[in-house]
Design a protein. Sequence first.
Length: 325
Amino acid sequence: MAPFRGITHKSWRNAFARHIGGFDEMFAPFISGAGVTKIHPDKLVDVVPLNDNLIPTVPQIIGIDADEIILLGTTLADLGFEELNWNLGCPFARIANKKRGCGLLPYPEILNEILDKVFGSVKINLSIKTRLGYHVPDEILSVIPILNQYPVHRVILHPRTGKQGYRGKANPEGYGRALQLINHPLIYNGDIYNLSQFRKLQMLFPGQKSWMLGRGALINPFLPKEIKGFVLTDEEKRKPMISFHFELWHRAWETQKHESRTLGAMKAIWHYMAGTFANGREVFRRIKRAKNRETYLDAVDFAMEQEFAGEADLEKYFFQLTKVG
Ligand SMILES: Cc1cc2nc3c(=O)[nH]c(=O)nc-3n(C[C@H](O)[C@H](O)[C@H](O)COP(=O)(O)O)c2cc1C
């Protein structure tokens, strides 16, 4: 499961594990400003203690300070984690303008300096999650030779550019080119919105062993199970969906404490999850309009009575999201 800051924090990941299942591992949303001389403990609450994670979880860091990556890696290794992922994919301008996230991709020489320092002393497996480039998809071609010089644990590639954000379509050809050149295990991530699309990508990359699901699984939480061969009826989905939501709702109250903030957190989830129902747009319209607990729970009752989305509905909902990002 891909990381989504603001959505797939520990409460989401554990609720998913308890009620839905199907993922082998999950990547946690990025940690930023972890600290260079001392790790701020509040930065770790989403991932520690190790045993609180019901599914094997990979923490992620964003930033370009080698000392910070080393210190966080060592701290996490001491806490029992086996891998730290480095975010070189985040497209948001306020991050990328500081050469963080995918903003580092146009500067392979700086990347080389950071990796040289990090791999000189890091005590944890370091993996990288990245894109084809920041401005243009060719940037990855100058980045791969650098990555190939270091014992990177694995690379997750989302074949969009940073400038694209999450809009438009992913570029599987660009992924194919990178796959030819890279010496590390490569994981595909992008636009896996239903089972047929997964099968198409599988035909395109027959040797591909690992896939990372993103918005497709936020929309249809049953997607990883379907990929693994489960065939679920609407009735088999309804109960886990209700209990998954119930837990998310209660955890949101515990963490947000106020009604409006709790509703805000739930609406961020429903922005995607409404698409699990055949008339997802209407479901989301009702959730979005909810002003308090009562009207929200009415909208949820409406949602939970709907038919589940078919392959075509899932595709439509996904691409409606990619129009706006
Ligand atoms: C709201 C939002 C938050 C995200 N947060 C993170 C993050 O913390 N770390 C990260 O590596 N990617 C993050 N991503 C990117 C996703 O993990 C994923 O790579 C992206 O959605 C592409 O996959 P998809 O086309 O299957 O959705 C985020 C994306 C969105 C839309």
